[in-house]
Design a protein around this ligand. Structure first.
Ligand code: ADP
Ligand code: DP6
Ligand code: CO
Length: 329
């Protein structure tokens, strides 16, 4: 007789307006700098975790394809499952099925929604394991620091060695994030490795470590005051500082199209539309606009040559469990 129990969770990526880049030189995958993000509706990961005592190994199906046991992606999932098993005192292996409805490992925060959904589904798939949302977020953070933020609603902060927490609900400020998708391809350097190289080789890494917390504090104030322009200016500043620091260490995520989009956003601003850009570890560009400017901005951005599509996203909810069936068969 095998013991089977399962849960399904969904989570959304988040975009950091004040970026995390670089880790504390201690175990646990703690970010070196504080960050402030928005959890995005309109993009999603759905993950099913089924613990099954008849399985001899963990099996992971990612976007419809089973990962080889030796894949880094498989290993990252197993590491999270191991932490959950240790917490629960449960030795069962799991069958994991997960899919992102947007490009994976491309700079659109798939690790954030992926590990948030996985941590929540894994914890809730174990009957009687009573973990708080904060504990689930901590499990997600150990796999990918940005994932800690995707458990929570709206505007979320993550400070080094502190639990992530929501600091404002989704409706706090009139905001859309237009995600300009420019490729379906995976990036050649993952975020973990990109930030390791930056820390080792960038002559600007120390100044990033001292600048990022200042940008973060000013951004928190701007958000609390609903100061839209300051929030936008600081978002651009954080993104540019992060990319400049990475580039000086040889890590280049932006492409020509990213720079064209930056210019288009500043063009929108010059024409009287409040629009600001940010970009994570990839070539895609995310644009902050107010509700009344979405149509105009989308029109301009989607005409920039090379833009595949523009997704209209808004601040949204954290991760949720959509089904669970603890049962013995
Ligand atoms: P991104 O910019 O998309 O966050 P990262 O380099 O940070 O890129 O992380 C990508 C990695 O995250 C993938 O190679 C894979 O290991 C993991 N990942 C992405 N989506 C999922 C998912 N749905 N379930 C489990 N792991 C995932
Ligand atoms: C540029 O959280 O993907 O998106 O912790 O190594 O998995 P790991 O890195 P990850 O890095 C995200 C970096 C960023 C900025 C941010 O989300 O804060
Ligand atoms: Co990531």
């Amino acid at each position: 007789m095998s013991r089977i129990s399962e849960a399904t969770a969904i989570a959304h990526p988040n975009i950091a307006l004040a970026k995390y880049w670089g880790k504390k030189p201690i175990p646990g995958n703690y970010p070196a700098v504080p960050s402030l993000s928005v959890t995005l509706d309109g993009m999603m990961t759905r993950t099913v975790v089924r613990f099954d005592s008849s399985l001899e190994v963990d099996r992971v199906v990612l976007n419809g394809t089973e990962a080889a046991q030796s894949d880094r992606a498989h290993l990252r999932v197993v590491e999270l499952l191991d932490r959950v098993r240790a917490l629960a005192g449960d030795t069962r292996r799991a069958f994991v099925q997960s899919a992102n409805d947007f490009p994976t490992a491309s700079g659109l925060a798939s690790s954030a929604s992926g590990f948030a959904a996985l941590a929540l589904a894994a914890v809730r798939a174990i009957p009687g394991l009573d973990a708080s949302l904060e504990q689930v977020s901590d499990l997600a953070r150990q796999s990918s620091a940005s994932a800690a933020r995707s458990l929570f609603d709206g505007f979320v902060e993550l400070e080094p060695e502190r639990p992530a927490r929501s600091i404002a609900p989704p409706e706090h400020i009139d905001l859309h994030i237009l995600v300009c998708v420019v490729t379906e391809e995976k990036k050649s350097i993952g975020s973990t490795s990109g930030m390791q190289t930056t820390a080792l080789l960038s002559p600007y890494f120390d100044s990033w470590l001292s600048t990022a917390p200042v940008i973060f504090s000013s951004m928190k104030e701007a958000l609390a005051a609903r100061d839209w322009e300051a929030l936008g200016e600081l978002s651009e500043k954080s993104a540019l500082a992060m990319h400049a620091c990475a580039m000086a260490g040889g890590i280049v995520y932006v492409r020509g199209i990213s720079l064209d989009l930056f210019a288009a956003v500043r063009g929108l601003r010059a024409s009287g539309i409040l629009a600001y850009f940010t970009a994570d570890a990839g070539p895609h560009v995310k644009v902050l606009v107010r509700d009344g400017d979405v149509a105009r901005a989308t029109d301009v951005l989607s005409k920039v040559p090379g833009v595949l599509r523009v997704l209209d996203t808004r601040p949204g909810k954290g991760a949720t469990v959509i089904a669970s069936s603890p049962e013995a068969t």
